[in-house]
Design a protein around this ligand. Structure first.
Ligand SMILES: [Zn+2]
Ligand SMILES: [Zn+2]
Length: 154
């Protein structure tokens, strides 16, 4: 996965990603369920600098939880989840990309872990690590983020 293209169902939102994502993960939290109108969120994490939004149409961002670390954006036309901006202190600016937006589905890496698993709609049929609750989920996320930043492309 050296680069890929993202597009919403109406085509207004489109972007390109560079390099491998820092990770792919499944989040079962209720906000992801609502935001994605799905049983869970399936996201790729990128450095914001690796997401090229040149010519992209309008995205409407909403912050659904305090503190406002994560702004969740939807296409203003088709309302597909588009991009989520994550600004964590001491980290580079990050971007969550819904895996479903990626055109090159066959190139996607496998998910690495589940978080907020206690909110799952149904059990996952895999052997991936699963974290439940706020602190364990945040810790899992941060651990994989650090690993991705250290071992990702330079
Ligand atoms: Zn979530
Ligand atoms: Zn759209």
């Amino acid at each position: 996965m050296t680069h890929s293209n993202g597009i919403c169902s109406c085509g207004q939102v489109h972007f390109k990603t560079q390099g491998r994502p820092l990770f792919r993960a499944i989040c079962h939290c209720t906000i992801c369920q609502r935001f994605n109108d799905a049983e869970y969120g399936d996201i790729l994490l990128f450095r914001a600098a690796d997401v090229d939004q040149a010519g992209c149409g309008e995205i409407s961002y909403e912050t659904l939880r305090q503190p406002p670390l994560l702004a969740r954006g939807k296409c203003t036309t088709c309302c597909n989840p588009a991009l989520e901006k994550l600004n964590m202190p001491l980290f580079p600016k990050l971007m969550l990309v819904p895996s479903a937006r990626i055109v090159e589905q066959a190139d996607l890496p496998d998910p690495e872990f589940h978080i907020f698993y206690n909110h799952r709609v149904r059990d996952a049929q895999d052997d991936l690590p699963k974290s439940s609750g706020y602190l364990p989920s945040q810790t899992r996320f941060a651990t994989h983020l650090l690993r991705g930043l250290m071992h990702g492309r330079g």
